[in-house]
Design a protein around this ligand. Structure first.
Ligand code: C2E
Ligand code: CA
Ligand code: CA
Ligand code: CA
Length: 278
């Protein structure tokens, strides 16, 4: 028994070491990748549900490591947040996303809003507003064509979050609350927040067609947003039955695999051409 206990402990210790080693390795690789700009962005269409029309796209960062292959954002974004590397990485995504959107506008496609994810760490960075203003000037993208997606986690520091969001809105940039319904914001104070859109978390959409509680939550968000004059979008729409329920309940915008998966910039441009013809 003693022997096994010791082995068990050694095993546990080795596991721990392995984990932190992997972390250190990945952190180093991430640092290098930022310097080498080893990233690219995929763009996922956002759809107006009543007109079946393309209204915008979400920028989703991708990392294709030369040896390790594709690494999921669910893996490297949390690491980038912990290490602070999200600041240079996030800045790259902002600049590249705005630049790309402007490029498409200059080519004559119907102007669309690009949505870019901003982590809590970026919101609490003192120079974030100036940085974003600088990027908009540099890329010549009009602020109305940029939307920032932030999660409710930023409201842990509510005073700062409200100040920053207000300053960003004063620039003319739109604000969306991502993963809405999973975090801190309560219905009672959402009216005090400077936001334009609530993005209903995919977890409520997943079973909306077969779970009364999920549907009730979605309906409550829709009612709230109508009262406050806020826009709503459903994320993670994967099948027709979910879409039918959303339409019935009066949700006006959607995003998800049913419409399109995230596309490379080349494929998104093809999609743009198609949607102009449609
Ligand atoms: P998110 O912002 O909630 O993005 C939505 C995620 O759901 C994306 O995963 C997208 O590819 C995926 N998705 C879209 N439609 C569907 C669908 O119908 N079904 C399912 N099951 N999934 C769908 P992705 O690209 O792996 O990104 C994961 C998370 O990583 C994002 O979640 C976001 O929190 C973060 N992330 C991605 N890019 C950035 C970025 O540039 N900056 C920051 N700060 N975070 C980012
Ligand atoms: Ca998002
Ligand atoms: Ca989301
Ligand atoms: Ca999410």
């Amino acid at each position: 028994v003693k022997e096994r206990g010791r082995n068990g402990y050694a095993f546990f210790e080795a596991k721990m070491e392995e984990k932190s080693l992997e972390r250190i390795l990945l952190e180093n690789e991430l640092r290098k990748a930022i310097q080498l700009e080893q990233f690219h962005i995929d763009y996922q269409p956002k759809i107006d549900l009543s007109k079946n029309k393309l209204i915008g796209m979400e920028a989703l960062v991708r990392w294709n490591h030369p040896e390790l292959g594709k690494i999921s954002p669910n893996k490297f974004i949390p690491l980038a947040e912990e290490t602070g590397l999200i600041l240079p990485l996030g800045e790259w995504v902002l600049r590249r996303g705005c630049e790309q959107n402007k490029e498409w506008q200059d080519k004559g496609y119907t102007p669309l809003k690009i949505s870019i994810n901003l982590s809590a760490r970026q919101i609490s960075y003192p120079d974030i507003v100036r940085k974003i203003e600088e990027i908009l000037i540099e890329t010549k993208l009009e602020p109305e064509w940029l939307e920032l997606e932030v999660t409710e986690s930023i409201f842990v520091n509510i005073e700062n979050a409200i100040t920053v969001l207000q300053q960003l809105r004063d620039l003319g940039v739109h604000i969306s609350i991502d993963d809405f319904g999973t975090g801190y914001s309560s219905f009672s104070y959402i009216k005090h927040l400077p936001v334009d859109t609530l993005k209903i978390d995919a977890s409520f959409i997943r079973d909306i067609h077969q779970n009364k509680e999920s549907q009730a939550i979605v309906q409550a968000v829709l009612t709230l947003s109508q009262t406050l004059g806020i826009n709503v979008i459903a994320e993670g729409v994967e099948n027709q039955r979910q879409l039918d329920v959303l339409r019935e309940d009066g949700c006006s915008q959607g995003q998800g695999f049913l419409f399109s998966k995230p596309l490379s910039s080349q494929d998104f441009e093809e999609y743009l051409k198609e949607s102009v013809r449609a």
